[in-house]
Design a binder for this molecule. Sequence first.
Ligand code: IPE
Ligand code: IPE
Ligand code: MG
Length: 257
Amino acid sequence: MRCAPACYGEKMSGTAAIQSKNMQVPTKLPQHVSIIMDGNGRWAKERGKERIQGHFEGVNSVRAVMGAAVEWKIPYVSFFAFSEENWGRPEAEVNGLMELIGRAMVREMDTFRKYDVRFVVLGNRARLSDEINADIDRAMENTAGNKGLTMILFLSYSGQWDILQAAEKMAHDLMNNPGHRVRPEDLTRHLVTAGIPDPDLLIRTSGEKRISNYLLWQTAYTEFVFTETLWPDFREEAFLAALEEYASRDRRFGKIK
Ligand code: IPE
Ligand code: IPE
Ligand code: MG
């Protein structure tokens, strides 16, 4: 039997659940949805569990969102998985998270192939271990030709780091072209996100209302949705609610309509 998109991943039940509840997907959907996945630690604490258990459960939320995004044909979905500042957390949590991310990436390869997902990791790769870098290279190479949804994992990423590394490259270009008048595109093409459309919608879970050094340049005209839901509880219904909120927004980009 062919597995419908609703079967994305082992536990995929989301779109089936949505269909059985007759949920309507808005017609105005974002091209790129980005998510600051926050609240894993609090989710675990509320249940008397170790923080890492919250991160484990958070992986199931990623799969739920991915399944829905494949079904609803959203072309780009990105997740903030680990910030440059997160390196300052206790070593045990950092190691646990890296192991979890590495393993999930390897485990999802079959699903990426099956649903034609292109998988991309962006961030300061120099700080990652050789082991996880090898897994990332393999996952990216194996899915590079896939034509469906692009899934981006921001790992060891910060917006300021990205702008600085792009500015350095831009400065180098300028040395060879001193009379050039700098334009936004001159920086944009050196950001690690070059070629990827800016997020139309940014969702942050867990009630925090800040950007935490995420995509600073790329969110100039992004719509923000903040939800109290903790990331491990963020499943298809919460995703749909955020998409509905997005569909109700009037984007003017500084112009008058
Ligand atoms: C988000 O959950 C995951 C990462 C930042 C890696 P947190 O670990 O920040 O969870 P809280 O915010 O402490 O609840
Ligand atoms: C932002 O969450 C980073 C990720 C979700 C990967 P944090 O939990 O690190 O952010 P702050 O410390 O609350 O701003
Ligand atoms: Mg947090």
